[in-house]
Design a protein around this ligand. Sequence first.
Ligand code: SF4
Length: 468
Amino acid sequence: MLAPVTTVKDIELPGEALLRRFDHPGPRYTSYPTADRFVEAFDAETFAARLAKRGDLASPAPLSIYVHVPFCDKVCFYCACNKVVTRHHERAAEYLDALQTEADLVGGLLTGPRELEQLHFGGGTPTFLSNAELAQVMAMLTERYPLAKNAECSIEVDPRSTPPDKVRTLAELGFNRMSMGVQDFDPQVQKAVNRLQSYEMTRATIDAAREAGFVSVNLDLIYGLPRQTRAGFSKTLDRVLELSPERIALYHYAHLPERFKTQRRILAEELPPSAEKTQIMLDAITRLTEAGYRYIGMDHFAKDTDDLALAQARGRLHRNFQGYSTRPDCDLIGLGVSSISKVGPTYSQNVRELDEYYDRLRAGGLPTARGVMLDRDDLLRRAVIMALMCHFEVSKEGIEAAHLIRFDEYFGRELEDLRAFEDAGLVEITHDWISVSPKGKLLVRGIAMVFDRYLRQDQRLRRYSKIV
Ligand code: SF4
């Protein structure tokens, strides 16, 4: 039995009927166009040319670097990340050499300022690296790309490989934000997903982070995991709230064993039924918002005092491959296997396989596998989609002035499609604004999808193939 519609803070939970009607699978819009639209015609040469052009602009965007560390000690069965599971820690040395080669190749081409506003280590498990290796890679990067004053340096840590002494090392190296996976504290769930991580271990990492001066700690939770129940997840939330992280991400587990091999080790019959899963999510949102967390958008919650919530209140929130960001829209260089870059009006992604990554670098080339050069329409639609995802509203006039169009004419079909959302009370469309209502916030992805030209083309193609 689902709970009635509830209003918590500035988000109103939609009822089951609305969720069923408007919550369709779709992109998370950490980029637009989304990564599945990248093409191989955008290759290493195109990326190199773009790096060299960066300095031509009167005011190039500030710089950000993402470093992907693909290794993990153990596999979590729900995982859909690009990772290499190994107990051979010596494999890190070859990888760090390759990262250095890539940082040099990029550095040799990149024009424009190279001071870093943001640095993010993700994975895989960056804390697979030893303290000495972490120091080595930080020194290698900051020699080439110095950190700006007040730079945001974040790292994804696994409490199972991040005892307090490692946290202190991370702080000494300049990291000031951390994110860690918890998913669920219930030992039965942890067993079913092969991730045993006690509350005490997690607490020790967080306490050490606070003592060492980290300004923000994020915890990742997942609903929809095997053996999860409303009662069990409620206890997890009790413990999460005791830990009082500045930010919480609450993700949905999508069981796609045909696509992700490790998910085949999850027993489908142990997954919570769909109605229970929905209720776990609604319970969690209610608990978190009642405890003072603000729903920032798409899976993310933050305390009102956290930078993310403050940036949203000031209209300065951005969305990037790590979720949400408080920094200006940076040029992003992704280093490491499978990492994604965003430089000027382009996105590009490195090769996904470790051997190919090493081969490309050994041959003296950038490991770019594919990418996309945004055209005028992409840029315009990206601005609309990002405004919806970050601020739940779009100023038609703002878009018209920045992109020299007449909004209602350019987006005639989209506005027509939005009528269904408007009739259901999920958006409000006025002469000047499109605003997502408190009830529509949880469904913002579906609203953003209306503006995605590529999805529209797919739908048309699907319709064609049905007719044929
Ligand atoms: S969830 Fe994280 S730690 Fe677990 S296998 Fe995936 S990348 Fe590794």
